[in-house]
Ligand binder design. Structure first.
Ligand code: AMP
Ligand code: ZN
Ligand code: FE
Ligand code: FE
Length: 279
């Protein structure tokens, strides 16, 4: 069985509609897919509706943006109930903050002599984007010819701490975990940076973290082994996913994890109430 537990659609900064993501998953030989858009579950219903005909099990998920000190930490929520009040609140707050922040990033670029406009960003994001992010701004900069590549936009202006980067009031990691639990989900640390892993994994576990995204396309086997051991030692489970955003970096399904590696997520009951362990 081929599984990918971290995929984006155009509900956030992915390129394809949720149903098209499911079609791409089927074409790529995947049997299970978790749709985990940034701070929104707006694409989940469409993906789940497309699942049965395509022969793909679609797991309801979200990728919550959180703050930990100066760093951005992403927390995946698996099996969240898209209708949960806690999620709805988070989505609304986050959409508002992201819109506000995008306006300020556009202003900063304009102040630096880069004439990108709000309309160009909205056009780059597409009509379905429920969650505006820096990748949309990078695409607008590319479309208008201000940079030659996506990464040039980040290198010149948008990277964390860059001259057009604007911070947002994201929830703390502890709050993100609690939010996912309130929505009936399992909380998993997405793409943990190796240099932060050892220092953060214990506090995150104390806050109720359930799992760690151990397997990713770029992770070296030795690093995955080390993270897996630390994850298991704390009583947490491992997960894996590609963080696929669209076909431009290769077909969905090229990267996948196996059933026996991610049992805990596959076997979890969707939307069962899950009290937070922290506190
Ligand atoms: P946001 O949620 O608006 O802060 O945007 C975060 C997203 O921007 C991440 O999920 C990445 O997809 C992308 N991103 C962040 N930093 C970089 C970078 N240095 N180069 C390319 N993409 C990046
Ligand atoms: Zn993204
Ligand atoms: Fe992420
Ligand atoms: Fe992601």
């Amino acid at each position: 069985m081929r599984i990918d537990l971290h995929v984006h659609s155009h509900a956030s900064d992915g390129h394809l509609a949720p149903a098209a993501v499911v079609a791409a998953a089927a074409a790529g030989g995947l049997h299970v897919l978790a749709l985990a858009d940034h701070d929104t579950v707006a694409g989940v219903a469409e993906a789940q509706a497309a699942g049965p005909a395509a022969g793909v099990r679609v797991i309801s998920a979200i990728e919550v943006t959180a703050r930990h000190g100066a760093a951005e930490v992403h927390v995946l929520g698996y099996h969240v109930d898209p209708a949960a009040a806690a999620l709805r609140d988070h989505e609304a707050r986050s959409a508002h903050r992201r819109t506000d922040r995008m306006r300020r990033m556009v202003e900063r670029l304009n102040e630096q002599g880069v004439p990108v406009t709000w309309d160009e960003v909205i056009r780059a994001a597409g009509p379905e984007a429920a969650s505006l992010g820096r990748p949309h701004l990078a695409r607008a900069l590319m479309a208008a010819g201000h940079v030659r590549s996506f990464s040039e936009a980040f290198d010149r202006w948008l990277r964390d701490g860059g001259s057009a980067f604007v911070d947002t009031q994201f929830p703390s990691v502890e709050e993100a975990i609690a939010l996912i639990h309130d929505a009936g989900g399992l909380a998993v640390w997405a793409h943990p940076p190796l240099d932060a892993f050892d220092g953060c994994i214990r506090p995150f576990a104390e806050w109720g973290l359930d799992g760690v995204e151990v397997w990713r396309p770029a992770t070296l086997p030795a690093d995955a082994q080390r993270m897996l051991a630390a994850t298991r030692a704390l009583g947490l489970f491992p997960t894996g996913g590609s963080d696929w955003h669209g076909p431009h970096r290769g077909p969905l399904g090229d990267f996948h994890v196996r059933e026996e590696w991610v049992r805990e997520v596959l076997d979890a009951r969707p939307w069962s109430p899950r009290p937070t362990r922290a506190g």
